[in-house]
Design a binder for this molecule. Structure first.
Ligand SMILES: [Zn+2]
Ligand SMILES: [Zn+2]
Length: 326
């Protein structure tokens, strides 16, 4: 098999030929059809995540076709499956027992603890593979698997908020905006200051207002979702939400949050993070997506050009999601 491998901190990804892996008990071998590039992959490359392994094959938004089952798995070859960030959990810890498997003490993550989808084959724990809705081809389905799932979980953390601000209008935002509009909510999109193309993209998807993250929205927001990894957006978002509103940080990593006056948190405003996903989130979101219907905007790159896709995402030059095709 061919893989793009992260061997050192700071990259780059290096192409490598490897023997095709054999699925162990409870695992499946998939042929990768598409793998989207997530912002988390940038943090992985930059060594910003605790417990990063080297060498590692990144990639956790994988659409694959089942090739072979390991012992104890009875699925049909040819089946299309998605492999998300949550690679496996222990099933025994206090969090797992409470149904909070996203917080499992011994969770293993795809493209972080185990090799992911920047490759033409991948082995995954069959219990954490997800059936995918029809109606989206492989490349367009791939961004549902993290941008979509984390975006959905972040939106749920906003409760019944009607006026929602989204900071960072990338892959997650362009999906969650469609779900929010479907649910009758209003979207206010914040991009990098001066990113006219990003603001036009947001308006094209139905945002009521779009502007720079240094601007104030025309109305008070009920909630804000932050997908950009910029800590300074936390106080900015707190200033934009009403009393009782919530600021949800959807990313796995963020630069330091600057100090801010207590007055902008006062009034029962909340700040919270969103960590990983549960299989229940996945079941709910993947059932909802075709009803919206969620349409993803993707830019395809051949697997061998993974470094270019990563660089373009880092530079803010991707509209929607970058997707690697082996
Ligand atoms: Zn656990
Ligand atoms: Zn991700």
């Amino acid at each position: 098999m061919r893989a793009m491998v992260l061997k050192r901190t700071d990259g780059p990804l290096e192409p490598e030929e490897r023997p095709t892996p054999v699925p162990g008990p409870g695992e499946v071998l998939l042929q990768v059809r598409a793998c989207a590039v997530c912002r988390t992959d940038l943090h992985e490359i930059d060594g910003e995540l605790a417990g990063s392994r080297r060498p590692i094959v990144p990639g956790h938004e994988i659409v694959g076709e089942l090739v072979r089952c390991g012992e104890g798995v009875d699925l049909s070859p040819g089946l299309r499956l998605g492999v998300p960030w949550l690679g496996s959990t222990c099933g025994r810890c206090a969090y797992c027992a409470r149904g909070e498997e996203n917080l499992c003490d011994e969770a293993r993550f795809t493209g972080h603890d185990r090799d992911g989808g920047y490759a033409d084959h991948v082995v995954a724990d069959a219990r954490f593979c997800l059936p995918l809705p029809e109606g989206l081809d492989d490349a367009h389905a791939a961004p549902l698997l993290c941008a979509g799932l984390i975006g959905y979980r972040s939106l749920r953390m906003a409760g019944d908020a009607r006026r929602i601000g989204i900071y960072g209008f990338g892959a997650a935002a362009h999906i969650v905006a469609q779900v929010a509009l479907f649910e009758g909510r209003e979207i206010h999109a914040f991009t990098r200051p001066g990113d006219g193309a990003g603001q036009a993209f947001a308006r094209g998807l139905g945002a009521t207002w779009a502007g720079g993250s240094d601007e104030r929205p025309p109305v008070e927001l009920d909630a804000a979702l932050i997908f950009a990894p910029v800590g300074a957006l936390v106080p900015a978002a707190l200033r934009a939400v009403r009393k009782g509103g919530v600021v949800v940080c959807g990313g796995i990593h963020m630069s330091d949050v600057p100090t801010f006056p207590y007055a902008i948190l006062w009034g029962e405003r909340q700040i919270r993070s969103v960590a990983n996903l549960t299989r229940r989130d996945a079941a709910e979101f993947l059932a909802l997506a075709p009803r919206v219907p969620v349409r993803t905007h993707v830019e395809r790159f051949p697997l061998a050009r993974a470094n270019e896709a990563v660089a373009r995402l880092r530079a803010g030059e991707i509209t929607g999601a970058a997707v690697l095709i082996p």
